[in-house]
Every structure is written in C-alpha cells, then in structure tokens.
Write a protein that binds this ligand. Sequence first.
Ligand code: CP3
Length: 341
Amino acid sequence: MNDTFLKVCYGEKTDYTPVWLMRQAGRYMPQYQAIRSNIDFLTLCKNPKFAAEVTLQPVDILGVDAAILFSDILIVVEPMGMRLEFSEKEGPVLSEPVRNKSAVDKLIVPEIEQDLPFVLETIKILRKELENKVPLIGFSGSPFTLATYMIEGGTSKNFVNTKKMMFQNSSAFLYLMDKLTDTVIAYLQAQIKTGAQAVQIFDTWAGILTPQDFRIYVLPYVKKIIKELKKTDAPVIYFVNECAGILGEIKKCGADIIGIDWRIDLSDAIKKLGKKIIIQGNLDPCALFLPKEKLEDRVKDILWKGESARGHIFNLGHGILPQTPVENVIALVEAVHTFSR
Ligand code: CP3
C-alpha cells in the first residue's frame, strides 16, 4: 500500500511529495468518455460499480498517490428535496431555487445510509479494490458553496441572489447554512465510517466574499464541521478557490491541510498560513498545456516552495480541464515524483 499521501496528512516525513489532482477522473480521459457515452452523469454517480471503475482509472493510468471518490458535490441536494439535472451546456440546474425561509423549511437533512446508499456502496467497493494501491479521499461541498447552487439554481457569475439573501434575509440564509452544515457533517462522517481515509471540503465559491463576510457567513460553519470530524482519525483538507485575500481567515478553520489555488505564490500562502499547516496545491491547471520542460520548471518551483511548509501534497490549483492531454498529466505526476525525491 502506497501510504505517502496519508503520511504527509499526518505530518510525517516521506521520501517524495505525494500528488493527486482535483477532477482527476473526468472528460479529459478517453476511458472515462467510453463509460459516459452509455450513461448520463447523474446515473454514473449513482451506480457504485461504474463510479468505482471511474475512480480507479486515474490511479492506474496516472500513477497518483490517492484516489478520490467519483461523485459530485451536488449529489446531496436531491435527498434534501431539490430537483437536480446536469445539462450539457449549462452544467448543473436546480429547479425552484431556495430564496426564503419557507423554502428552507421544506429542506430535509438526509439520512445518509438510507438516502445516499450508492455513495457508501461505492466507498466499500473502492476500499476492497484499492487494498494494495493508494488511500481513498471522500469529499463534500462546503455549506456555502452548496448554498450558492441552491439559491442561484445553478452556476453564477456575480452571485447576486446569494448575496441578496445574505444581506436582506440573513436569518433565512443562516438557517439554510445550519441545515447544510448538519448535512455535510452527517455526510462526511458516514463516508469516513464506511472507509474514506481522508476528506476534502470543496469551497469553490467562498472566494467571492469579502474577508468580513467570509468570517461571519462561512467560517463558523466550516469550523463546526471540522471540529466534529476531528473526533475521527481522518485528516480534513479545506480547499477554497481564490483564497488569496482570505487566507488569514481560512487559517482559523481548524483543518490539518489547506488547499491553495494557483493565483497566489505558494511561498506567500505558506507565510500567511504559518508553520502548523500542511499545504496542498497549487499548479495552474493550464500549465498542463505547456511544453514538457516548462511544465517541469513550474513543478520544481512549487516543490521547492512547498519545502518550507509543515508538509506538502502536490495538486492543481483547481480541477483538470476537459481539454487537457492525458500524456501531459502523466508527465506531471512523474515530474512530481522524480524531482521531489
Ligand atoms: O475530483 C474528482 O475526480 C472526483 C469527482 C468530482 C466531480 N465533481 C465530478 C464531475 C468532484 C470532487 C467534483 C466536485 C464539484 N462538482 C465541485 C467542486 C470542485 C470544483 O470543480 O470547483 C463543483 C463546484 C461541482 C459542481 C459541478 N459538477 C459543475 C459546476 C459541473 C459542470 C461543469 C463541468 O465541469 O462539467 C459538474 C459536472 C461534473 N462533476 C463532471 C465531473 C467529472 C463532468 C460531468 C460529465 O461527465 O459531463
């Protein structure tokens, strides 16, 4: 079993820097497309056999040091009572957005074993299949990022509806955050209990907030989740996209590991986070379009900067893009392993 990733999570020294990639399973891979050509995305997420197969593809093809459960952060909104669709053009579409107290009243905190059995079944299959390979990472969206999708009804540019609800009806907004926080705690606890060996909380949209608003509307909820998860052994990674302006706040969340996007120099991020934090990141996903030598230079730079943190897990600053050539991703993983030794 390659436990390099877990060792770094626990603050231990390793022979090389472990690497996994956000969205490491997905459309850039022909083997993923082959499965997706016969099955729509949500059905794939709900089919444990196929979801497990897709999770394993990057482990075998890329040689990464961790597997991440194949699912989506939005899977929890259905058992909460919302309708979810993925349109090829628009991405996720949630009908009847949640914008007032009575809409929040109707939302249910799911019973994970009963309402999301396929996620737990996928984890069980994966732990068996991964026995002699790499650790399994579980994940959830953060309450705030999930709230943005529920309030906007999908992806957004300016998040006007989210901020309007925050500022004009903050009791209803915080009521939604409370329900989502309880949901995320139950969801991640169930994943860990079933076999996820670490978990990542994805906060894709928290970077749209001012530091003050992050402190009031996001931080207490993330802190509560992490405090509950600390009762387990599983390390927690907290990733905020566009984190640079709020690292001072993010630092207070209690996570063992903080994920960093690519818009900040890794040395600056480490300075802001201090010596107690293990960092994950932070290659620009578009660096995978560079010629090999230039990609390698960037890898060396990030590895070198990562040395000054308590620990470093190599990753991209956000998910792999669908246009990415697989051979470049293989070269990236090789470069991280070779140059960090
Ligand atoms: O990282 C992995 O390999 C595990 C699988 C995973 C997916 N989504 C699969 C997926 C994970 C961890 C996610 C998280 C996720 N989903 C986030 C947080 C991370 C981030 O990217 O910021 C968010 C915001 C979502 C919501 C979501 N899912 C959107 C906006 C979209 C449409 C845009 C897009 O990239 O297609 C999805 C769809 C999605 N989730 C796909 C995959 C592989 C593409 C679906 C397809 O096959 O067409």
